[in-house]
Every structure is written in C-alpha cells, then in structure tokens.
Design a protein around this ligand. Structure first.
Ligand SMILES: [Ca+2]
Length: 171
C-alpha cells in the first residue's frame, strides 16, 4: 500500500506520491520551505528585491549583507524565469537588477558570492547577433539581469545604478 501525503502549496494542496513531483511543477517553487522576512520564496531560493531605490553594485551588496544575505545567485534559467514573472506580476520596475555575479577580482573569471563559477553562455547570458555578453571587458565587472536584454544576464559598469536582488544563503 502506498501512503499518499500532501504538499502544502501557496495556492492550495495537491496529492503526490513520495518522490514524485507535484503535477505541473516546473521548478521546486511549489515545495514548502520557509524564508525569513524580508526574503520571499521564489524557485527554491529566498530572495529580496530592492526595487524602491537604485544603487551601485557595491551599494546593493551592502544592503544585502545588512539583511544577512548577499546579492543573488541566479544560476539557472528557470530561476531567472520565475524572478522575471514575479517582477511582472507585482508591477515592479521594468529595469535592470544587480545580481551576485562579478569578475571584479579577475577579469573574465565570473564568480557568484559563494565563490562558485558562473556558467557562461546560453541560456543565462544575453546573445544576439554579434552581441555576446559579457562584452564590457575591464570596464564592466558586475552582472545584472537587464530589461534591455530581455532579462538575460549582462555585464555592466559596477558604478552604474540599478535595483538589486538579494538572496539568503542557507549554507
Ligand atoms: Ca569584466
């Protein structure tokens, strides 16, 4: 006999067999997990959007660290997809948002705040015709999901002012 259990969802409750994905589940967005305010659960991450005031990449890093986290590690296209959906559904500014990737310490060596390597190329970084991000060389060492780049990742001047996405890191 197989015992069924219930996954509590944001939108209700579904029956699922242990080890099975809930019907319609694309990412782990539906799995119950807790994020401490001001962080909110999106695609298995605990994220906070600084969408009221803009700042440099360093400004946003400081804000995120004051909130016990760091700039977000958006290392999967599904996660970025859910982030963009959240931005649109909550009528947040259609703009650029700083994320955690940077090659400030060594040109061309893109790292997340936890020190892991950033996956380059598709499907994370913008590419269209002859434009292949990152393309700013030593003048652009900070990453944003860019409204002008359909929210793909783009490198930008770290001293530019954008909104930001923070993440609480569990490990
Ligand atoms: Ca660079």
């Amino acid at each position: 006999m197989v015992t069924k259990f219930c996954l509590v969802l944001l939108t209700g409750c579904v029956m699922a067999l242990p080890g099975e994905k809930a019907l319609g589940e694309k990412t782990n967005t539906n799995i119950e997990y807790n994020c401490t305010a001001p962080y909110i659960p999106i695609a298995g991450h605990c994220l906070f959007f600084e969408s009221l005031s803009k700042g440099t990449w360093g400004n946003m890093q400081t804000i995120c660290r004051l909130l016990g986290g760091d700039l977000a590690k958006l290392d999967h296209s599904d996660v970025i997809g859910d982030v963009v959906m959240y931005i649109k559904e909550h009528a947040m500014p259609e703009s650029d948002y700083w994320i955690g990737a940077s090659d400030e310490s060594k040109e061309g060596d893109w790292l997340w705040p936890d020190g892991s390597q950033v996956r380059m190329g598709v499907p994370l970084w913008y590419r269209c015709g002859s434009t292949v991000e990152p393309n700013g060389g030593v003048k652009q060492n900070c990453a944003a999901i860019s409204n002008g780049r359909f929210y793909y990742i783009s490198d930008e001047d770290c001293s530019g002012e954008n909104y930001g996405i923070c993440e609480y890191y569990w490990t």
